[in-house]
Design a protein around this ligand. Structure first.
Ligand SMILES: *Cc1c(COP(=O)(O)O)cnc(C)c1O
Length: 453
């Protein structure tokens, strides 16, 4: 191992220097990928020297998500204490299903879950787990709701027409999950939003009432804290009143921006969160831990047990189920995603997490101010969002983003809302500074002035 740790250090040094010197890696055309890099798998081993060379070539060409030019996705940056925790988790290589095999790592996971439950004013009955991503957290939520409102679904399958609700601006996983749970994509009602991308509670109420009238069984509403394109926050309070009225499960998908719960200044954006039945948040988005780190909590942990526990004598041989986390998780063998979040949280404290969240909103405000003070730009997104959606000089957003990528200028994507396409810049990397935001815009200006688009 010592030899490979030495190599690892050398490769990481190389990665960090590449990030600095070539923040946007030169993309390899897919048709040339296998001829440009030696990715082949052969009968004979590769010699050490070539191994190192090949790895360096791969590192060089791999997109640099921690660079100051990466605004493409709902994650980015590298927070060292979180990365340290993830590296340790790899070395420890536990599986989180039993206390016998994971020991204190179980306590680390449980304390994160308990603390989050307390922060959102869930009662003592609440608990949660870590899922392999926000899509899977949403899957666990809708599955718990299905089993609550159709308890025989677990054993006999679905036999009545159940319906679920989410806004037209919500994440696509809701539709996928509807098919996974046997309810079907056609049973998803996509509720209209206002101009800011927030779900209309009145429309939700009317649609549920209509479905009940038709003899259908509404069972689940998905609200969003941070929609994928505009970063909008659904009004949890008014939606929760509709859910209470019709007795349906309310899940809050906070994969993108649920981390506002850590900020005194921004937690009001999820006012009413204590009225939800479940809540999910990706620490690998706003909190900058390495992928993936997705948390789902349920107000009543009996639903976690009801939907996910299974007896397995070969596995559960010691300790009580409170500490055998396999009883409430989607997977069997499960990676330790908790340690990296814990090493971060332990190092910076609640105050540090608050600073991380607040800084992203500050960067977003810097970006909006820039756009608003430069007439060549049009802004499409709103305050209290870390997605900055804009167009520049009527240049097609699609064309601009692709050209910036192909020319190794910037990594940024485009999106669309109500038939308007625009560039979506995401200020989620909390290690960025004002100058990086300004540099983003000046790069676009200089690039477009010398390129025909
Ligand atoms: C990113 C995101 C998801 C999916 O999370 P993954 O970890 O990528 O699976 C779900 N919902 C919203 C609102 C998201 O932004």
């Amino acid at each position: 191992m010592q030899k490979d740790l030495k190599l690892f250090n050398e490769l990481v040094e190389y990665l960090i220097s590449e990030e600095k010197n070539t923040p946007v890696a030169t993309p390899i055309d897919t048709t040339a990928l296998y001829t440009t890099l030696d990715l082949s798998l052969n009968d004979d081993p590769i010699i050490d020297e070539d191994f190192k060379k090949t790895l360096k070539a791969i590192i060089k060409s791999t997109p640099k998500t921690a660079s100051t030019s990466f605004f493409n996705q709902l994650f980015g940056g590298r927070i060292d204490r979180a990365t340290l925790g993830d590296l340790l988790a790899v070395m420890l290589n536990n599986s989180m299903y039993t206390y016998k095999v994971a020991g204190p790592q179980v306590g680390i996971e449980k304390i994160i879950l308990k603390t989050i439950c307390n922060m959102i004013d869930y009662p003592e009955t609440a608990d949660g787990t870590f899922a392999p991503g926000g899509s899977m957290s949403n899957y666990m939520a809708v599955l718990m709701a299905r089993d609550k409102y159709n308890p025989t679904a677990r054993t006999k399958g679905i036999n009545n027409k159940m319906t679920l609700y989410t806004s037209e601006a919500s994440h696509y996983s809701v539709a996928k999950n509807a098919s996974f749970i046997g309810v079907g994509r056609d049973q998803v009602r996509r509720i209209k939003t206002n101009d800011k991308g927030e779900m209309l509670a009145i429309d939700l109420d009317q649609q549920i009432a209509k479905d009940i009238e038709q003899g259908l069984q509404p069972f689940f509403v998905n609200a969003t804290a941070g929609t994928t394109v505009l970063g909008a926050f659904d009004d949890v309070k008014s939606i929760s009143e509709v859910c209470k009225k019709h007795d349906v499960w309310l899940h809050l998908d906070g994969a993108y921006c649920g981390s506002v719960i850590f900020s005194d200044q921004y937690k009001h954006l999820v006012n009413g969160i204590e009225h939800t039945d479940s809540f999910s948040v990706n620490a690998h988005k706003m909190l900058g831990t390495p992928l993936g780190c997705s948390i789902i909590v349920a107000k009543d942990k009996r639903h976690l047990n009801q939907s996910f526990s299974n007896d397995a004598e070969y596995l559960y041989q010691t300790n009580d189920d409170e500490f055998n986390l396999g009883k409430t998780s989607l997977q069997c063998g499960r990676r330790n995603d908790a340690l990296k979040f814990w090493t971060l949280w332990k190092s910076v404290g609640n105050n540090g997490l608050k600073t991380i969240v607040d800084h992203q909103f500050n960067l977003a405000q810097i970006a909006r101010d820039y756009i608003n003070s430069h007439p060549d730009y049009t802004l499409y997104s709103f305050d209290d969002s870390i997605s900055i959606c804009f167009n520049y000089k009527n240049i097609s957003a699609n064309k601009l983003c692709t050209a910036l990528y192909e020319d190794s200028q910037l990594m940024v994507g485009y999106g669309n809302f109500k038939n308007q396409e625009f560039v979506r810049m995401v200020t989620i990397n909390s290690l960025l500074q004002e100058k990086d935001i300004i540099n983003f815009f000046t790069t676009i200006e200089e690039f477009t002035s010398s390129t025909d688009l």
